[in-house]
Design a protein around this ligand. Structure first.
Ligand code: SAH
Ligand code: SF4
Ligand code: F3S
Length: 453
């Protein structure tokens, strides 16, 4: 067996793709965790912000010496930067062997073979969307055995003015529902307990294809698969969040009470300039609808500070929106101009220092709100799906609440993959601490009682 090192950047879509890559190569390659041990290095890249792109270049620079030491090493770049830059890569990194876009993953075994015969670099970044059919889980290495992603659609037609995704992932394309159901069945049969359906904008699922179900209908179908304990989905665009999908939160038992609903900004002027197609008021209405259907729903969001033309007043509207909604968690970013996007050409760019300040402000406010939100669980029992051993403390296990909050507690490895009741003792900044509930339900003793295995 040869050895594969793969590094993944960016969103869950890329994580999903990396697993497909591992599967496709699994007949000839086993996974290693150090680049220096590898015969094949793959970087699955992300172009969403400048920083993500630069990470790729600096890693490639560092791999030059590995290539010198071992000329038969194959160096490949995939993902969104590969799609965006294509052949340009070879000018800057002549020792690079393969550049392949996200739609060319299925070609990878063939590309590697060709390269082995004729050491001439290869680039494919001109293909239409292509869904790779997954293999049974048993053939994977070191993969999370509790939770898995399933892509339901690719690409994006929204063209938010700051965003590079439509340029690197192409137009929206949905997978046939039968393929999705088959994949979820396969995963559940191999022991997966929780599935997250993935897409850049899952609410547009099936809209372009004839005879496809709506996303709400698809969700209902998937939820019925026997043995599936938890179902999630991401991401939803607020402009397409349908009443039907909102209703799903009260209709589907195993659908987790959590929605990631990127708001991006609190000012209508900025939302318009971003081409988001909703207003602050519309967004707040959606939040209120979600909370009336599912009162304890956990809400998370993405937002951008320092979008071109964002004034101090506009920015303050983002702060006040955070106060108003009280998200469980936010992912906040400084606006980063991306080549080819409309916003990158706007003349009213916000200075870097100002963006930095605004980001710090947003994060400081959210730290307070997030802690407040987490505190609502203290003294209560919650059902936790146990993921594995905690990264920070090997004596602890970690898992997720239905609302997707991280929960740490002391326990033994046999609990991994089980859903157990945890009594929450403490809210930390970004996680909860608890203990396994004893038989009396008081949380008094460390008795490991599996409530719902
Ligand atoms: N499809 C998802 C988001 C994909 S990108 C959606 O539409 O909600 C994830 C997040 O990265 C976005 O929500 C946005 O907040 C952020 N982002 C995208 N482009 C960016 C840019 N140029 N600068 C800073 N943040 C950006
Ligand atoms: Fe980017 Fe907007 Fe599409 Fe999300 S909806 S991927 S932010 S263009
Ligand atoms: Fe990044 Fe591509 Fe995802 S740009 S966020 S990896 S779709």
């Amino acid at each position: 067996m040869k050895r594969l090192y793969i590094a993944t950047f960016g969103c869950q879509m890329n994580e999903y793709d990396s697993i497909r890559i591992e599967e496709l190569l699994s007949d000839n390659y086993k996974k290693v965790f150090e680049p220096k041990d590898a015969d094949l290095i793959i970087l699955n890249t992300c172009a969403i912000r400048e920083k993500a792109e630069h990470k790729v270049y600096s890693l490639l620079g560092r791999f030059k010496h590995l290539k010198k030491k071992n000329p038969s090493l194959i160096l490949a770049v995939g993902g969104c930067v590969a799609q965006q830059r294509g052949e340009e890569f070879f000018e800057r990194f002549p020792y690079l062997d393969i550049v392949f876009g996200p739609h060319a993953i299925f070609k990878l075994p063939e590309l590697i073979k060709t390269l082995e015969i004729n050491r001439k670099h290869l680039c494919i970044n001109n293909l239409e969307p292509h869904f790779v059919i997954p293999r049974a889980r048993g053939q994977l290495w070191g993969i999370d055995s509790v939770r898995a992603y399933v892509t339901v659609m690719q690409g994006c037609d929204n063209f938010c003015t700051y965003c590079i995704v439509p340029y690197v992932r192409g137009r929206e394309a949905s997978r046939p529902p039968g393929d999705i159901i088959d994949e979820v069945r396969l995963l559940v049969a191999s022991g997966i307990k929780e599935i997250t359906l993935l897409g850049q904008n899952v609410n547009s699922y099936g809209k372009k294809e004839q005879g496809f179900p709506s996303f709400a209908q698809l969700l209902k179908e998937v939820s019925k698969i026997k043995g599936l304990k938890r179902l999630r989905f991401t991401t939803s665009h607020p402009k397409d969040l349908s009443p039907d999908l909102i209703e799903c939160f009260s209709q589907i038992d195993n659908l987790c009470p959590h929605i990631h609903l990127p708001v991006q900004a609190g000012s209508n002027k900025v939302l318009r300039a971003m081409n988001r197609h909703y207003t602050r008021e519309k967004y707040l209405e959606l939040v209120s609808d979600l909370r009336s259907v599912c009162p304890d729903i956990s809400l998370t969001t993405d937002l951008i500070v320092g979008f071109p033309g964002e004034t101090q007043e506009d920015f303050e509207q983002t702060l006040s929106l955070l106060e108003e909604v009280k998200f469980d968690q936010i992912f906040a970013f400084k606006y980063s101009p991306r080549p080819g996007t409309k916003a990158a050409k706007m003349s009213n760019q916000v200075p870097e220092l100002e963006k930095k300040k605004r980001l710090a402000k947003v994060l400081e406010l959210q730290d307070k709100i997030g802690l407040q939100r987490l505190s609502r669980f203290v003294g209560k029992n919650i059902k936790v799906l146990v993921d594995g051993v905690s990264k920070s403390n090997p004596k602890q296990l970690c898992g997720r609440s239905p609302g997707n909050h991280v929960v740490n507690f002391v326990g033994t490895k046999d609990l991994i993959g089980k859903e157990i009741d945890i009594y929450i003792e403490h809210a930390c900044q970004h996680s909860l601490k608890g203990r396994i509930l004893d038989k009396k339900g008081t949380g008094g003793e460390f008795i490991q009682e599996v409530v719902n295995g």
